[in-house]
Design a binder for this molecule. Structure first.
Ligand code: FES
Length: 73
């Protein structure tokens, strides 16, 4: 069961730029905030466009940028 802070699903993407500075308003996707607030730039995460992925929205995952179910705990 997912709650309001559960993951978002994406599909049809061959890569995403994952935030590593923890300042993005679109976390876990980079929104360029590292240019304003400092910190490391984003990390490219290669995906299979044929697959659906669940991206973490709660900041608790140990497998960033993907949901690992920690939002349920
Ligand atoms: S949304 Fe599932 S672990 Fe963060």
């Amino acid at each position: 069961m997912e709650n309001s802070t559960g993951p978002i699903e994406i599909t049809g993407k061959d890569s995403i730029w994952a935030c590593t500075c923890m300042s993005s308003w679109l976390w876990p996707i980079c929104d360029g905030s590292h240019h304003t607030y400092g910190g490391e730039g984003p990390e490219e995460v290669v995906l299979d466009p044929a697959k659906t992925y669940r991206l973490c929205q709660c900041f608790k995952t140990a497998n960033r940028p993907f949901c690992d179910g920690s939002h349920l705990r």
